[in-house]
Design a protein around this ligand. Structure first.
Ligand SMILES: Cc1cc2nc3c(=O)[nH]c(=O)nc-3n(C[C@H](O)[C@H](O)[C@H](O)COP(=O)(O)O)c2cc1C
Length: 295
């Protein structure tokens, strides 16, 4: 056993131990708006339910350890006192991860992550249509736990309206844990899919993805690619250049089907396999090459 006085180690190290040990943690995908009405969407795993009567959920956007700045979500709830907490399932996990990237203030993470905003009934921030359970909340209180980097801020939310997709209910109308297919956060890049176990998603911290909204329309509207596929493609730092696509076509690079025989479906299925194997940029080159050749 190692025994540690938290005051004697760095905040980064302590943060790592706390998040590694308190795991898995559920994920709140929090939708807020600022005073000008700009949408913001970000995930928070310092999150749980604390009361049924009144129905209270609490999440905590922390001050950044690196520079003690605060998150847009915190600024928005301080201004508007409203939030929608969307539950994250496995089908939307890659897009959720993309929405956590540090996009500048005013950038709409709904668009960047390729999520569909749905109007709420009782609050102004929109819901995430793809989420299986959405909680519209009024913020009763915000408790700052400190003023230094790493300090959390408890956002105490009262649920005023909830929305549940019927597809996750069992015969008795209760939420079926398997159908919900929730994912949770663990230490480092680890996540947990309740029904299957652990998997990893690299953190989009050091790089800013182009976003799903920057992908070509043919890719965004693919009938083959899933939200997770789009989330991974949107995490690329740049679109392939025209030159890169031409070279890709000329060389008939490895793994790509013969363009003459390729159909829409085959090409998108091939691209999906490439994404699953980690050849993400090549997958996008293939999709964009097909666009060029079929124009
Ligand atoms: C799964 C997941 C859980 C996260 N949980 C938290 C959290 O509980 N508290 C926090 O401050 N940041 C958390 N983050 C990081 C924020 O989502 C990230 O800093 C985001 O850019 C904040 O966006 P905002 O400035 O638009 O609010 C988490 C990120 C991910 C991917």
């Amino acid at each position: 056993m190692i025994t540690i006085n938290p005051k004697e180690i760095s905040i980064e190290k302590l943060h790592g131990y706390l998040l590694g040990a308190i795991a898995p943690r559920p994920i709140a995908l929090a939708s807020t708006i600022d005073e000008e009405g700009n949408s913001n969407l970000s995930p928070f795993s310092f999150f749980n339910v604390f009361s049924a009567n009144p129905p209270i959920l609490i999440f905590s956007p922390a001050r950044r350890v690196s520079d003690n700045t605060t998150k847009h979500t915190l600024e928005n709830v301080l201004q508007t006192k409203e939030v929608v907490i969307n539950i994250v399932n496995h089908d939307m996990v890659q897009q959720m991860s993309l929405s956590s990237a540090e996009f500048p203030q005013g950038i709409d993470e709904f668009k960047k992550a390729g999520f569909t905003p749905l109007p709420s009934v009782k609050v102004a921030p929109p819901r995430v249509a793809e989420s299986p359970v959405q909680f519209e909340c009024k913020v009763n209180e915000i408790i700052a736990l400190g003023n230094e980097g790493g300090a959390g801020n408890l956002v105490i939310c009262e649920v005023v309206q909830l929305h549940i997709n019927e597809a996750i209910l069992d015969k008795e109308g209760k939420i079926d844990a398997k159908k919900l297919d929730a994912v949770a956060r663990m230490g480092g890049a680890w996540y947990n899919r309740s029904k299957e176990g652990m998997f990893q998603i690299p953190k989009p911290i050091s790089k800013l993805g182009i976003g799903v909204d920057t992908l070509p329309e043919s890719v965004r509207n693919s009938t083959v690619l899933t939200g997770n596929d789009l989330g991974i493609l949107g995490g690329l730092e740049q679109l392939p250049t025209k030159e890169e696509i031409s070279t890709f076509i000329e060389k008939g690079e490895s793994g790509c089907p013969h363009f003459k025989e390729a159909t829409y479906e085959k090409t998108h299925q091939q691209a999906q396999k490439m994404i699953q194997k980690g050849f993400v940029k090549d997958a996008l080159k293939l999709l964009m090459a097909m666009d060029v050749l079929t124009k």
